[in-house]
Design a protein around this ligand. Sequence first.
Ligand code: OSB
Ligand code: MG
Length: 369
Amino acid sequence: MRIREVELLELELPLVRPFRTSFGTETARDVLIVKLHTDAGVGWGECVAGRDPLYSSEYVAGAVDVISNYLAPRLLAAGDIEASDVARLFKPIRNHPMSKAALEMAVLDAELKALGKSWANYFGVIREYVPSGVSVGIPADDQMTTLIDEVASYVDAGYVRIKLKIQPGWDIAAVKEVRRLWPNIPLQVDANQAYSRGDIRHLKQLDEFNLLLIEQPLAEEDLLGHAEMANQIQTPVCLDESIISLETAEQALDLKACSIINIKPGRVGGYLAARDIHDLCLDRGIAVWAGGMLETGIGRAANIAMAGLPAYSVVGDISESERFYAEDITDAFKLEAGHMKVPSKPGIGVEVHEATIAKYLTQRIQIGS
Ligand code: OSB
Ligand code: MG
């Protein structure tokens, strides 16, 4: 397959409610979509970087720059390629996994559409439906009643697992209250690096609430701190931000820094690297789950498919489109009895609504035409 043009579409998509984490509050998502033009047809990709470098160092304007000046030119000059060649092609460029992942995703979508093959089929997915969990932000008004109302609406919608965002000052009491009201719901927490090693004793208080896991309590770089925490608390430690590659996954497991891994293809450089991490975890008997980055239907479709792989034995952040967006840029994903159906059509398997993209478009860049 030859790449003819990389088209970058930047949109501002409003969120149905503010999403607040320990690293900030978002009210709209700065969405970066790749529309790849190849000699075998079009492919779609989504870059999951945020508007600002708060979750990780990547951000949309930086992604646009690195794609335009370093990654797209390599794709355009590569000649005949497949998705499995892309990571090697991008290797000389350091880091920028979300930017690389978006392009690799678009190459794979075009490739699979040309072959008439679905994402699930390509990766060897074993499930037709995957269970849906939802990530609940810190209430914008700091009120417990706001949190409880939001959790109640998701429980009513049928989500089978709740994840609460926590930070110092918003942790034990929130978990205690949600646990009091829903004694049996599968529950977990995500700190997005908000704590330090000195907080291990404080976080040990979570042990009495039967949580599935605590996600990324400490700094991205602090694998040894996570190992120390995992050794001192009963709640299983899960890593998100720390796992930036197959090598860090292997290192984290060797160091016993976590017993569960959240896989986000964007964070590790693409769906193929995500599959490699999955395979490592399957081999070692480590549970993984699908993380989310408030994707539109484009990224969501691929994430849902990945969650059908065998090591995905923990419920993922796989919510329906309307949890984040009143209007998505694909057919909306909807819950069916707490589950999401894995797309079976070729490529990502969902129709992209270009008229909706046009409605929210803030910038369009063409590279290579
Ligand atoms: O840490 O998992 C996270 C959203 C943006 C950035 C980081 C995270 C999240 C979420 C949302 O928790 C998960 C989702 O998309 O459903
Ligand atoms: Mg997380």
